[in-house]
Design a protein around this ligand. Structure first.
Ligand code: G6P
Length: 356
């Protein structure tokens, strides 16, 4: 087992460090930098009228992101938690597509939702890591994320690969004016992830806040799923209370919980209206004495109001969530390590949940 970890203390850390390679594999042969076109053989001819994503856990966060990308390009798209989808299957038009996002391809709730779609005669697509998995076998189409085996129960590299795969899907289904910029950003992404891994202050931030009562994560727009994923990672492996919110929801409840004992991680990139609003939210929590950790590319003045900054390189907004999330993966890892948790096999959790 020690050899399999290649010198890393945990599979999770090894898998975090495998991300540059995993992302290169996800992109290989699928994008054309010159034209900005995305070509994935298994998605040839795909032109859905509407798209419903179904997924659980971390994969649901990638699904939320994917649905947003499609909506940005004018495609009617929504993401559903697979277990909820089944309780009242939402209507879908004849030319619709249901996308199951599932690392393992074996999650019972996601398979049930995909089967419900097939029962209704709707085309299905499995976005999965496992060739030969049940989802891959049962769906009409597959989009393999090519992340390689993930042993740690808490998903890390597969989330990043799902976010990139969601960009590929969006590129096929609804490529927009900035297709070339997106493809260039995807090309640069593995190197940018490596730069973060080589020079992150996540361990220092973890050290500073390891004794906190709880952790909050906020993000807006593209970063909303990252806020959810940052919190999920933290609770899964540290067993500490953590919650993620869309930044705009802070004042609709969560702000009541914010104290000097609850660091707030704010993901802010760019200097557009979304960033300005999130910086406004950062100021609100700062006024309540909460420590603020800005995960930012430095384009806005978020860092000025923060107690600590986790820097990420500048890139296209559709790609930035991967970079921000890498920093949050590392913070969760180092907090869990300091607390002596069972990082690769957290209590009560399974890598793949095969019962509904
Ligand atoms: C379990 C795992 C999570 C994972 C979720 C969905 O809860 O512990 O890490 O995100 O299942 O798994 P899937 O294989 O469908 O992506």
């Amino acid at each position: 087992e020690e050899t399999a970890k290649s010198g890393y203390d945990h599979y999770m850390l090894k898998e975090i460090h495998e991300q540059p390679r995993a992302l290169r594999k996800c992109l290989r042969g699928r994008v054309d930098e010159l034209t900005g076109s995305v070509e994935v053989e298994s998605l040839a001819g795909l032109d859905p009228e509407s798209v419903q994503f179904v997924a659980c856990g971390t994969s649901y966060h990638a699904a939320l992101f994917g649905a947003r990308l499609l909506r940005e390009s004018g495609v009617h798209a929504q993401a559903f938690l697979a277990s909820e989808y089944a309780t009242a299957p939402p209507p879908i038009s004849d030319g619709g597509l249901v996308v199951g996002v599932t690392q393992s391809g074996e999650t019972a709730d996601t398979l049930a939702a995909l089967r419900e779609a097939r029962r209704r005669g709707v085309e299905t697509l499995a976005m999965t890591n496992v060739v030969g998995s049940t989802a891959a076998r049962e769906c009409d189409r597959t989009l393999f994320i090519r992340a390689g085996p993930e042993i740690g129960v808490a998903a890390t590299k597969t989330f990043s690969s799902q976010v990139v795969a969601a960009n590929l899907l969006a590129g096929v289904v609804a490529s927009g004016d900035d297709a070339r910029e997106i493809v260039e950003a995807l090309r640069d992404l593995p190197g940018q992830v490596q730069a973060i891994l080589d020079d992150t202050r996540a361990a220092k931030v973890a050290e500073t806040y390891v004794d906190s009562e709880g952790y909050f994560f906020v993000g807006r727009g593209h970063h909303y799923p990252v806020a959810l994923e940052g919190a999920l990672k933290m609770k899964e492996i540290t067993y500490k209370h953590a919650e993620g919110f869309p930044a705009g929801e802070l004042k609709h409840g969560p702000l009541a919980l914010v104290t000097d004992e609850t660091p707030v991680f704010a993901v802010v990139t760019g200097d557009g209206p979304e960033a300005t609003k999130t910086v406004g939210n950062v100021k609100e929590v700062e006024a309540r004495d909460a420590p603020v950790v800005a995960v930012t590319d430095g384009a806005s003045d978020a860092g000025r109001f923060a107690d600590a900054v986790l820097e990420i390189p500048e890139t296209h907004p559709r790609v930035a969530p991967v970079l921000a999330n890498v920093q949050l993966q590392l913070v969760a890892y180092h907090v869990a390590k300091r607390l002596g948790r069972s990082i690769d096999k957290p209590r009560n959790l399974a890598k793949s949940v095969t019962v509904e």
